[in-house]
Design a protein around this ligand. Structure first.
Ligand code: NAD
Length: 375
């Protein structure tokens, strides 16, 4: 409710009146810290700073009554202005608190202010200025995700084992918007390759804001026929690959200081086995889901959210191969929505998780399975 009050004040253009007090330029250390802790891009920091002004001193020049009651504010005022009962003028107040670490207070006061519905929908899904890496983005679900993130304004790195297909996707995205996509030949199970993938994103677009761990394999084999080599291969791509990519991208996101979004494409098999022949796969996907939750816990303080998408059956080149057709037919027969998903339907879920629509989500797994798990 407080956020709505603040939002209305901004909508009425009162920010202009206060903009002179905004000391938080997008490049300053304070902005970087504030943005990092809030998990927002630098372009939004100025708005937060203006909000902060509004909270320090309301548009009518009085301290905002709700903020005055906020225990953190009281604590802050005691620390910075010992013995001062009343609020000081914001300008004066700011000059007494030049240290960026002080901005640690900002999230506590603005996070709840921003939990309102004040932001326009188009802003919430705008990924302009952000860079997304999509592993396995050359086809199937990865391509569907890359296309939606790109459409929302992100620059996209297509990282895939298949260089020909990756290049084709990148050039089709560049035709839609110049210099908005690049590709790398990457094996997600190889640490050096993953480091090169992140370096390419930094060289090409200046950083990494969104990572989608989509690359995965599902070579059907019964448990009794499966040897340890195949088991380890599936684990390396589907689980170790997610680990390596998350580590490399998260380190970069932390250095950048303005948070980030990680989305791991798991499967309904992360929750429940869909069929015989996927023991290795189910082990890897259960692992990826566990990894998602624990890393979400750890990276939250850096403003990095980590969520998962659990698709059901999706029509992709991988599920289109003749050897898995029987299994696919059998699965579709069990889907309450009576059809497989289109990769774009996973792209839409990924866009939701990559955007501010999902601003309060981390450690969650969105199941998009046409109802498959209901049976
Ligand atoms: N299609 C489905 O029904 C379905 C269901 C649930 C989960 N998933 C998951 O979705 C993801 C994508 O599946 P899909 O059906 O689109 O697959 P797909 O086989 O159609 O495409 C996978 C892409 O990943 C790439 N790739 C494979 N191994 C790689 C590696 N080591 N490094 C980098 N890239 C690699 C391939 O070259 C390909 O471009 C996988 O993680 C899969 O487990 C798919």
């Amino acid at each position: 409710m407080f956020g709505r009050i603040v939002g209305e004040e901004i909508a009425e253009g009162r920010t202009l009146m206060l903009s002179g007090l905004c000391l938080c330029g997008a490049s300053s250390e304070a902005s970087r810290l504030g943005a990092g802790r809030l998990g927002v891009g630098p372009q939004k920091v100025e708005l937060y700073a203006v909000l902060f002004d509004l909270m320090v001193e309301g548009p009518e020049g009085e301290q905002h009554p709700e903020l005055a009651r906020h225990p953190r504010w009281a604590e802050r005022r005691r620390k910075r202005c010992p013995g001062t009962a009343a609020a000081t003028h914001p300008q004066e107040w700011f000059t007494t608190m030049p240290h960026p670490a002080d901005w640690a207070m900002l999230p506590a006061m603005t996070t709840f202010a921003f939990s309102s519905s004040a932001a326009p929908l188009t802003n919430l899904i705008d990924l302009g200025g952000k860079t997304a890496i999509v592993t396995g983005g050359a086809m199937g679900i990865g391509r569907g995700i890359a296309e939606r993130l790109h459409e929302a304004g992100a620059s996209v790195v297509i990282a895939d084992l298949d260089p020909t297909a990756a290049e084709a996707v990148a050039s089709s995205l560049n035709e839609r918007r110049e210099n908005s996509a690049l590709w790398t030949e990457t094996d997600v199970g190889n640490a050096d390759g993953v480091a090169a993938m992140v370096a390419a994103a930094i060289d090409g677009f200046g950083g990494v804001d969104i990572l989608v761990n989509n690359a995965g394999i599902y070579p059907f084999m019964t448990f009794r026929e499966m040897d340890v080599t195949l088991f380890e291969r599936v684990l390396r791509v589907n689980l170790v690959g997610v680990f390596l990519c998350m580590k490399a991208a998260a380190e970069r996101m932390i250095v950048q200081g303005h948070g980030g979004k990680i989305i791991n494409v798991t499967s309904v098999d992360a929750l429940h086995p869909s069929m015989v022949g996927l023991a290795h796969y189910d082990a890897s996907k259960h692992g990826a889901w566990g990894l998602t939750k624990n890393v979400a816990l750890e990276l939250s303080e850096h403003g990095i959210s980590v969520n998962a998408i659990a698709p059901g059956a999706v029509a992709t080149p991988g599920t289109g191969v003749a050897s898995v057709q029987d299994a696919v037919d059998e699965t579709v027969a069990r889907i309450p929505m009576h059809r497989m998903a289109d990769p774009d339907e996973m792209g839409r879920v990924a866009l939701f998780l990559a955007s501010d629509l999902a601003s309060y989500m981390t450690g969650s797994q969105v199941v998009a399975d046409g109802g498959m798990l209901l049976r």
